[in-house]
Design a protein around this ligand. Structure first.
Ligand SMILES: Nc1ncnc2c1ncn2[C@@H]1O[C@H](COP(=O)(O)OP(=O)(O)OP(=O)(O)O)[C@@H](O)[C@H]1O
Ligand SMILES: [Mg+2]
Length: 317
């Protein structure tokens, strides 16, 4: 396998020391390289990820933060730019370690062992991304402890096959909690995780971006939306987040929030339905408030009407 160096500033569009490079893969054609999408990188967390990719030192990397803040896409978009193949799984409460390591499946009347994403990633030097890892049963996840540290994976079911972790194998996990369960009650299914498992991870918090960054994100995905409107949408998001129960201090009025994912959707739908009466309200309903309780929907629309002023009744983005 051959590698190539990437200039950090150029590759990720961030401010970085001239000549600062990071090692990625030479082969751009591997089928497991994630599809490249526009992504606005934030300096600090990018720096942390690149340091981890360079030298994990026996750790995994855990990204925590509210829903739709850009955790999963951060890892996949870094991988996409470094041509680093990825094995991604979305965890759930009934998921077992076997699903990650591999299992026997019936192929044309014969049982054959098929390696799971963990075994493939460890063997071939891919990134393993465990999305929503805090939904998984902690006793199942604890089976990952050794391999994260760099110990070989022994697959008893497959005749005691031994997989030595490839030097480019890395483990990422994402979740809305930090392994201590969900205190807000909003993230259903989150389980308190095993302390020894969490102890093996570097933990980085990815919150909703600053308004200037969020503006760039929306402009990249809905370039035809005027700046003024984008700024108003971000102001509405800020107010909704402030009133959201998850926001703790002074909040506790809303049980839905406006994630970056939702904001991007609102912006996109406003362009899709351009010309429709009250287009911003229509798009906001589809993007977010149709799934809110009626009083909350009304409250959010009131906030938006205040922020948008005369534009709220309009039909043109
Ligand atoms: N920095 C960013 N640049 C570009 N798009 C972004 C960025 N952050 C978030 N987004 C948008 O938000 C969407 C959701 O991001 P992502 O799936 O990474 O969130 P998440 O934090 O993993 O959410 P969840 O906790 O619900 O899994 C992305 O598909 C993208 O459209
Ligand atoms: Mg995610």
């Amino acid at each position: 396998m051959t590698y190539q160096r990437f200039d950090v500033a150029k590759t990720f569009g961030v401010q970085a020391r001239a000549g600062l490079e990071v090692l990625g893969f030479a082969d751009e054609t591997h089928p497991h390289i994630p599809v490249r999408k526009p992504y606005v990188f934030r300096n600090e967390v990018l720096r942390d990820i690149l340091a981890f990719l360079r030298d994990p030192g026996g750790d995994g990397f855990f990204l925590t933060g509210p829903t739709g803040s850009g955790k999963t896409s951060l890892v996949t978009q870094v991988a996409s730019r470094l041509f680093w193949p990825v094995q991604a799984v979305t965890c759930h409460g009934r998921m077992e370690l076997h699903a990650l390591i591999g299992q026997f499946v019936l192929v044309q009347g014969e049982t054959r062992f098929v390696h799971g994403p963990l075994a493939v990633a460890a063997r071939d030097g891919h990134l393993l991304i465990l999305n929503e890892s805090d939904l998984m049963d902690p006793s199942e996840l604890a089976g990952l402890n050794d391999i994260i540290e760099g110990q070989p994976l022994v697959i008893a079911e497959n005749g005691g096959e031994v997989i030595r972790p490839h030097p480019k194998f890395r483990v990422f996990a994402t979740g809305n909690s930090v392994g201590a369960g969900d205190g807000s009650g909003l993230y259903q299914g989150v389980l308190r995780q095993n302390l020894a498992f969490m102890d093996r991870f570097r933990v980085v918090h990815v919150g909703y971006p600053e308004p200037t960054i969020e503006k760039e994100i929306i402009k990249a995905q809905a370039p035809r939306l005027p700046d003024l409107i984008v700024e108003k949408m971000i102001a509405v998001a800020g107010e909704v987040r402030r009133l959201f129960v998850g926001a703790k201090e002074g909040g506790a009025e809303l049980t839905v929030t406006m994630s970056t994912r939702t904001l991007v959707r609102w912006a996109g739908l406003s362009l899709t339905f351009k010309g429709a009466p009250k287009v911003f309200e229509y798009a906001l309903t589809q993007a977010l408030t149709a799934r809110a309780e009626p009083e909350q929907r009304e409250a959010i629309h009131r906030i938006a009407a205040d922020v948008f002023g005369d534009y709220w009744a309009g039909s043109q983005p």
